[in-house]
Design a protein around this ligand. Sequence first.
Ligand SMILES: CC(C)(COP(=O)(O)OP(=O)(O)OC[C@H]1O[C@@H](n2cnc3c(N)ncnc32)[C@H](O)[C@@H]1OP(=O)(O)O)[C@@H](O)C(=O)NCCC(=O)NCCS
Length: 170
Amino acid sequence: MELNLRPLEKSDFTTLYRWLNAPHLKPFYMRDGISLETVLNKFSPRAGGGGDVNCVIATEDDQPFGYMQWYFNRTFPDYGAATIRRMAGVSIDYFIGDVNFLGRQLGSKMLDALVLQTCPNLVAQDRVFHIAHDDDNLSAIRCSTRAGFVADEAYVEKGRQSMLYVRCES
Ligand SMILES: CC(C)(COP(=O)(O)OP(=O)(O)OC[C@H]1O[C@@H](n2cnc3c(N)ncnc32)[C@H](O)[C@@H]1OP(=O)(O)O)[C@@H](O)C(=O)NCCC(=O)NCCS
């Protein structure tokens, strides 16, 4: 089984639309669902590696199963400075879209691969990776922890008790 990462492409949009409306994303990632039109508008500038948010599809033997996005904290000061209070480094959001791929710890594997692949392209002070989790998102906390992220600071986001997890690379 070979796990690979590649940039999001326009041909992924219908799959992404389906994934973003999957029931297992509702509790912590996409509470209200999303229309196909919004997916097209939001992700078109990001396809092929464009835009401020780097969108990545994870595949196993060329079969897409997961999505990750990463961005510099300083690019989104409302989040970086105001919410998590970290201007250096990058933040990551992620999910496994295809439910048939859940339960195999692939989340940790794709996260680890993203950190290792992204790191060489970052200057030293940006080699700090952040992931925020709601305290009730137990599978994601386990997943990020298994990928080497460590609980760093508690904070409140949209009224929810959350924790910032950090992985530092040299
Ligand atoms: C987070 C996510 C990627 C993990 O998927 P995965 O890699 O298939 O993870 P697994 O199902 O193997 O579970 C991870 C671990 O959590 C544990 N776990 C799952 N549900 C749990 C629960 N309710 N309580 C405690 N532990 C739980 C599993 O036992 C597993 O432990 P292990 O690593 O010791 O085997 C997936 O659940 C997901 O896409 N969630 C929705 C999106 C999301 O919340 N993203 C994170 C926010 S950025």
